[in-house]
Ligand binder design. Structure first.
Ligand code: MG
Length: 377
């Protein structure tokens, strides 16, 4: 079997959902999805296309590494190049699964679990009163989720310098209060995480993490900017609140120091962004050496989400995967299966080959990302 063509399309979902279709001379196609690559990733895939045509689509890891090393001077460690390769890689896995009539996770060593726990990223915002927080949490729990995440940064602070990372007394108290309300609304059976979006300096983050210890959070996410791993470790070592980071890192090279220094308690690679299925399986295996759980960041459509679930099924240290609140119509109608893949807070792996879901191109095209082409030659 040989690759005969690579085509792209893009839809407006959570930002851009970029679709990569790999065609073969056997008539079998694979579809991948990547996120956060932008129009740059589309251009990169077009540039890589001639190097893929005529190649063996089963040599997934070797093709990925050949293209990455061949462009190492063009950003072969992080960013749009890696995300473009990720879209191709996921399409190749879908194709290989279909060709071999096997779900991807069965080709990755088999399943540790039949269904994947999902947490809801929900819109609890600073400034809400307890009644408003309770209403949001009730909606999440009514859908069967057993875990959710809130954003605790943001909102208006008096005299706040937008570039300074020091939390004022007012901001600190507001963040603690928001977590307290979310945990009270959820009750003790539900796992709650809180995201700070890299907004604090080390002392502000340590003070926050310590004052949140009483709530036993699932994790506190990116309390300090993620690019300084030593600073992250200072926070991690000063508190029993679990610290989570990694949604802005790429490849196992990007995660190595974070894991080796045990600078976090939980890692959160974005699988359809940071290197794809093989790479994230390797990242999870590295983390497992230190007993660090794997909780992927996720803003993909059901297809990218299900692709990520094949990795989550095939590793021992999976904790929970994210679901972002898209408008419901996009989430359920963009796939031919016309269903919500999340049932009672879990996604079940199926016996269908490849990723196991199909894009409804006609419906998806109604969401076409402005200025992009649609699976053009
Ligand atoms: Mg985050």
């Amino acid at each position: 079997m040989k690759i005969t063509n690579i085509k792209t399309a893009a839809t407006s979902g959570h930002g851009m959902h970029l679709w990569v279709k790999v065609e073969t001379d056997a008539g079998i196609t694979g579809l991948g999805e990547c996120v956060h690559g932008g129009v740059q990733a589309i251009a990169i895939i077009q540039e890589l296309r001639p190097r893929l045509i005529g190649r063996d689509p089963f040599a997934i890891d070797a093709l990925f590494e050949e293209l990455r090393r061949g462009h190492v001077f063009d950003g072969g460690f992080a960013g749009a190049l890696i995300t473009a390769l990720t879209g191709i890689e996921i399409a190749l896995w879908d194709l290989k699964g279909k060709a071999l009539k096997a779900p991807i996770c069965e080709l990755m060593g088999g399943k540790f679990r039949e269904k994947i726990r999902v947490y809801a990223d929900c819109q609890v915002n600073p400034g809400m009163d307890f009644g408003q927080v309770q209403a949001v949490v009730d909606n999440v729990l009514a859908r069967g989720f057993t875990a959710f995440k809130i954003d605790v940064d943001g909102g208006e602070a008096k005299n706040k310098d937008p570039f300074n990372f020091t939390a004022s007394q007012w901001e600190h108290e507001r963040m603690v209060q928001l977590v307290e309300m979310a945990c009270r609304a959820a009750g003790p059976e539900i796992a709650v995480a809180a995201d700070v979006h890299t907004r604090l300096d080390v002392p502000s983050a340590i003070r926050l993490a310590r004052d949140l210890e009483q709530f036993h959070l699932m994790w506190l996410e990116e309390p300090v900017p993620p690019e300084n791993i030593d600073a992250m470790r200072e926070v991690k070592r000063a508190t029993t609140t679990p610290i989570c980071a990694g949604e802005n890192l790429y490849l196992r090279h990007g995660f190595r120091e974070l894991i080796e220094k045990q600078a976090v308690d939980v890692i959160m690679p974005d699988i359809p962004k940071c290197g794809g299925l093989s790479e994230c399986r390797k990242i999870a295996n590295l983390a497992e050496l230190y007993y660090i759980p794997f909780a992927p960041h996720n803003v993909a459509s059901p297809i990218g989400t299900m692709a990520s679930c094949h990795v989550c099924a095939s590793i021992p240290n999976f904790l929970v995967i994210e679901f972002h609140w898209f408008h419901r119509e996009y989430w359920t109608t963009i796939i031919k299966e016309k269903t919500d893949i999340i049932v009672n807070g879990y996604i079940a792996l199926s016996d269908r080959p490849g990723i196991g879901l199909e894009l409804d191109e006609e419906v998806a095209r109604a969401h076409q990302y402005p200025g992009t082409t649609w699976f053009a030659e």
